[in-house]
Design a protein around this ligand. Structure first.
Ligand code: DUC
Ligand code: ZN
Ligand code: ZN
Length: 467
């Protein structure tokens, strides 16, 4: 099967160019000058020609932080790999990297097997895994090496959630030492969970039970403190560090300082921290519960710092931390106690569009949009150049994006398996038109043509910023 994509503007991390793209099977075969004898012959010999005039041709988005079917707070996030990967495709994301969860007292390899079982045969786009390490002992330290051999080259640890995922500084140190030995990347949820749990208990005892309290009991200082501590532990061990879902300006300052001294510290933020705020958590009638995630949404003032961090590369990646819980019956678990609201916001479908609003608003260049949403995640998580670029030999994961189209985000029209949208009513400029995953058309001019089971597990290399 040969597909020619003609007359589009190809956007890569290094800029834009007018080029036709020839796809053969599941790979990009060549790029060529539009209207030339060569590209005219491509179109003539192709099984299908996709006219991309007036549209961008992007490498497919890579969302490096999702939680499908994740156990949390006595319930499970509601997107399965089938529904979540389909929603991702609708939004122009062609790869997800999901977090396999090691419950305390179990083995990493058993957790990995379980995640393979959940995803295998169900995804419409390609997928990889990170591993959440919640139990550090001699066995799990050894199993980390086996995970790397199995293509899972990054390990998330938590400084928050005592009693669930929380790891002590000593445990983090041991895991980082092992990560350094085996070339793996440590990903950190950096919030001081011990101090936070005291603030939460005080709020509940004082009868302050509304969703806004979730934000007030997790202040930015406790994210900054944990970020700095994680950076120190990484420096002591020589291990590279990736701070997940960074939300606060003060935490970004810690990352910036470490990077300025040459330490291998990287960080991501998420669309919810760029567009939503504490005001959303304060919505009346328990509506604020829809916006409960950790770290929490911050005061609006943090958003400028995050955009600046993205432009200057102290924030290298935008992932979603997609972790959807329905308002009905799930968020409602915390009606009388905010600490029982399952933490998480749905977003896997909207990351490319929301970041495109940053382009429209002049916060990001087109090239930087593609870089933070696709190319850097590919390199960070060991997938480049198979993913993250449109170049000969790369997987034909391609998004044709209409920058002029208008749409309104809504739970009534989104494809995530969740009963609300955190962006309900938001007007967006730009829309995904067509999506290819390894040369297969998954979204065809706004129609889903994908197939659960098309998506393959990606055996990832180690982080490509380190070798
Ligand atoms: N934060 C969330 O909001 N949800 C899942 C886990 C996490 O760290
Ligand atoms: Zn986290
Ligand atoms: Zn997460």
């Amino acid at each position: 099967m040969k597909i020619a994509i003609t007359q589009g503007t190809v956007v890569t991390a290094s800029g834009t160019l007018s080029a036709d793209v020839l796809i053969h099977g599941d790979k990009v075969l060549a790029l060529g000058q539009p209207g030339s004898e060569l590209t005219t012959s491509w179109a003539a010999g192709a099984d299908r020609v996709i006219d991309a005039s007036g549209k961008y041709v992007l490498p497919g988005g890579i969302d490096g932080h999702t939680h499908m079917e994740m156990p949390f707070g006595g319930t499970f996030s509601v997107d399965t790999f089938e529904t979540g990967s389909r929603a991702a495709a609708w939004g122009g994301t062609t790869t997800i990297v999901d977090f396999a969860v090691q419950p305390k007292g179990t083995s990493l390899l058993a957790a990995l097997d379980k995640w393979h079982e959940k995803a295998d045969g169900n995804c419409s786009i390609d997928y990889g895994f990170h591993m959440i390490v919640s139990d550090v002992n001699d066995t799990t330290l050894k199993e980390m090496a086996a995970c790397v051999d199995g293509g899972v080259t990054s390990f998330k640890m938590f400084m928050a959630y005592p009693g669930v995922f929380y790891a002590t500084d000593g445990e983090i140190l041991l895991a980082m030492q092992q990560a350094e030995r085996i070339g793996a990347l440590t990903m950190m949820h950096a919030e001081n969970g011990i101090a936070i749990d005291e603030l939460v208990a005080q709020a509940i005892a004082a009868g302050k039970t509304a969703p806004l309290q979730h934000g007030l009991t997790r202040p930015p200082e406790l994210e900054a403190e944990a970020t700095g501590r994680a950076i120190t532990l990484a420096a002591v061990t020589g291990a590279p560090l990736y701070i997940v879902h960074l939300s606060a300006a003060q935490a970004l300052d810690q990352v910036t300082e470490a990077r300025d001294t040459g330490q291998n510290v990287f960080a991501e933020t998420c669309p919810q921290y760029l567009y939503l705020s504490l005001e959303d958590l304060a919505r009346p009638d328990f509506e604020g519960a829809k916006y409960v995630c950790s770290p929490p949404l911050r005061m609006r003032e943090h958003q400028d710092s995050l955009w600046r961090g993205l432009r200057g590369n102290d924030l290298s990646v935008v992932s979603t931390d997609h972790c959807p819980f329905c308002f009905k019956d799930q968020k409602e678990l915390g009606r009388s106690d905010f600490s029982k609201i399952p933490n998480g916001i749905p977003g896997v479908e909207h990351r490319m569009d929301l970041l495109h609003q940053g382009v429209v608003a002049g916060e990001l260049s087109l090239a930087r949009w593609v870089e933070v949403a696709s190319t850097t995640p590919a390199r960070m998580f060991g997938l480049y150049p198979r993913k993250g670029v449109i170049a000969p030999g790369s997987d034909a994961d391609i998004v044709i994006y209409d920058p002029q189209a208008r749409q309104v985000l809504s739970a009534a029209t989104h494809h995530m398996n969740v009963d609300y949208s955190a962006y309900e009513g938001m007007e967006i400029t730009g829309r995904v038109d067509t999506v290819l995953s390894r040369g297969h058309v998954v979204i065809d001019a706004g129609e889903y043509q994908g197939r659960a089971g098309h998506g393959q597990f990606l055996h990832r290399e180690t982080c490509q910023y380190l070798s």
